[in-house]
Design a protein around this ligand. Structure first.
Ligand code: HEM
Length: 411
C-alpha cells in the first residue's frame, strides 16, 4: 500500500477503498484527489469492478456516449447483473434504468404518461397537508430524529399513494421498501433475493390484480392502462417498474430532505439568507443537490469497445461509473465548489444524473423537498441540531451520502 496527500492534507491510501467508512467520511477530499491525479480510476464499488470518472466533463461524456450501454448482456454477452439472481426475481433486473434505446424509450414514454401534471398537482396538496400533520405531531415532542419523524414518512406516503396501497397494507409495504434499499451483501442479499423480493412481488401482483378489477385514480392504474403505439406494459414490466419507482424514489428523497436540513444548519448565514428570502428556496434545493446530494454515482455503463481516456484504456465489456458527487465539486465548472451558496447561478449540477436516464422523478423530488423545507422553517424559527455537527454520522453505503439520524430541536 502507498500513501500520498491531498491538498487538504488527507493521507490517501492506495489502492482506494471506496467501500470503507474512511472514504465515506472524507468523500470530497478523495474526489479532489481523483479529479487531479486519477480521473479514470480502476476500483471496486460494492461488489462491482468499475472505472470511476470524477471530472465533470468526463461524467457528462460517459452518460451521453452510446458506446457505454446499461444492458450488461449487450456489451459482455454475460448475465444482466454481475452477480447471480434467482430466476423468480431475475425479471426485476430489467427495468429501464438498465436498458438502452429503443427499449428504454418505450418504457420511459409509458411511465411518463402516468406522471401527468394533474397527478403531480394532486400530490402537491397532499404533501402540504402531510407535512403539517407530521410537524403537528413532532413539535409536541420538541427534540426528535427528524429523519424518521419527517423526512422518511413524506416519500413513503407519496409512493404508497402513487401505487395506491391501502392504509391497512402500509406497514408491510413500508417494511419491504426499507428492506429493498438496505444494501446488498452476504446474508442480507440471500434474504432479500429469496424472501423479501418474492414476497413483495406477490404483494405488488395482488395490488395490480385489484386495480385491474377496480381502477382507481392513481399512478399505478394509469400505468396499467398506459399505451405506447398500441402496446401496454406486460405484467412483469409493471412489477419491475413499481420496484424501480420505489427504489429510485424513496431513499433518495428521504436523504435529500435530510441533507438539506443538515447543510442549512451547518451554514447559518445561508439559512438566515433563505429565511429572509424564501424565493431562494428552489435554488437552495439545487445547491444542496450539488453540494451534498444523496446520490453520488450512477448505475454502471458497459463499454461496447475499447475506449481510451486520459491515457487509460477501458476495455470492451468493462464497467464505467461516473461519480456525480465528484463532478459536482469540479472547480473547472463550479466557481469555489467547496462553498455552499444557495443563490448559485448557473448551477448545472449532476445530482439527478444526465442524458437519457436523467431522473424521471426530479419534478416530484424537488416539490417534496421544497414543501418539506418551507413548512419546517416557517413553523420553527429556532430550529437547531440536538448534537454537535461532528457527531452526525454518515451511513457507510458506497455512492450515497446519507446520514444515520438527524437529531433536531424544533421550536
Ligand atoms: C432526491 C431525490 C432524487 C434524486 C437525487 C434522484 C437521482 C437520480 C439519478 C442520479 C438518476 C440517474 C441514475 C443513473 O443514470 O443511473 C435517477 C434516475 C431515475 N429516477 Fe431519480 N432521484 C430522486 C428522486 C426520484 C423520485 C421521487 C422518483 C420517482 C418516483 C425517481 C425516479 C427515477 C427513475 C425512474 C430513474 C430512471 C430513469 C431512466 O432510466 O430513464 N427519482 N434519479
Amino acid at each position: 500500500m502507498m500513501t500520498t496527500k491531498t491538498m487538504t492534507n488527507l493521507p490517501i491510501k492506495h489502492p482506494l477503498n471506496i467501500n470503507s467508512r474512511e472514504f465515506t467520511a472524507n468523500q470530497y477530499a478523495y474526489y479532489q484527489w481523483l479529479r487531479q491525479e486519477a480521473p479514470v480510476y480502476k476500483g471496486k464499488v460494492s461488489i462491482i469492478n468499475a472505472y470511476l470518472l470524477s471530472r465533470y466533463e468526463d461524467c457528462v461524456w460517459a452518460l451521453k456516449d452510446p458506446r457505454f450501454v446499461r444492458n450488461r448482456t449487450t456489451a459482455t454477452g454475460e448475465s444482466r447483473m454481475p452477480f447471480p439472481m434467482p430466476k423468480s426475481v431475475a425479471f426485476l433486473a430489467q427495468s429501464m434504468i438498465v436498458e438502452d434505446e429503443p427499449a428504454h424509450r418505450r418504457l420511459r414514454n409509458l411511465v411518463h404518461k402516468a406522471f401527468t401534471p394533474r397527478a403531480l398537482a394532486q400530490m402537491e396538496e397532499r404533501i402540504e397537508r402531510l407535512t403539517h400533520e407530521l410537524l403537528d405531531k413532532a413539535e409536541q415532542q420538541g427534540g426528535v430524529d427528524l429523519m424518521s419523524t419527517y423526512a422518511l414518512p413524506i416519500p413513503v406516503t407519496v409512493i404508497s399513494e402513487m401505487v395506491g396501497v391501502a392504509d391497512a397494507d402500509m406497514p408491510k409495504f413500508r417494511n419491504s421498501m426499507q428492506v429493498l434499499t438496505k444494501g446488498f451483501s452476504g446474508w442480507t442479499l440471500f434474504r432479500t433475493f429469496f424472501w423479501d423480493m418474492p414476497s413483495m412481488v406477490r404483494f405488488v401482483r395482488d395490488i395490480i390484480a385489484r386495480k385491474r378489477a377496480d381502477p382507481q385514480d392513481d399512478i399505478l392504474t394509469a400505468l396499467i392502462h398506459a399505451e405506447e403505439e398500441g402496446e401496454q406494459l406486460s405484467e412483469d414490466e409493471l412489477i419491475s417498474m413499481v420496484f424501480l419507482l420505489i427504489i429510485a424514489g424513496y431513499e433518495t428523497t428521504v436523504h435529500l430532505i435530510t441533507n438539506s436540513v443538515v447543510t442549512l444548519l451547518q451554514h447559518p448565514a445561508q439559512l438566515a439568507h433563505l429565511r429572509a428570502q424564501l424565493a431562494l428556496m428552489e435554488s437552495a434545493v439545487e445547491e444542496v443537490l450539488r453540494y451534498n446530494g444523496p446520490v453520488q454515482g450512477t448505475k454502471p455503463g458497459y463499454a461496447m469497445e475499447d475506449i481510451t481516456l486520459h491515457g487509460v484504456t477501458i476495455p470492451r465489456g468493462a464497467a464505467v461509473m461516473p461519480l456525480l458527487g465528484a463532478a459536482n465539486h469540479d472547480p473547472a465548472v463550479f466557481a469555489n465548489p467547496e462553498v455552499f451558496d444557495i443563490a448559485r447561478t448557473p448551477n448545472k449540477h449532476l445530482g439527478f444524473g444526465q442524458g437519457i436516464h436523467y431522473c424521471l422523478g426530479a419534478p416530484l423530488a424537488r416539490m417534496e423537498t421544497r414543501i418539506a423545507l418551507k413548512n419546517l422553517l416557517d413553523r420553527n424559527p429556532n430550529l437547531r441540531l440536538a448534537v454537535r455537527p461532528e457527531e452526525l454520522r454518515l451511513q457507510n453505503v458506497p455512492l450515497w451520502r446519507r446520514y444515520e439520524r438527524l437529531p433536531i430541536v424544533l421550536g
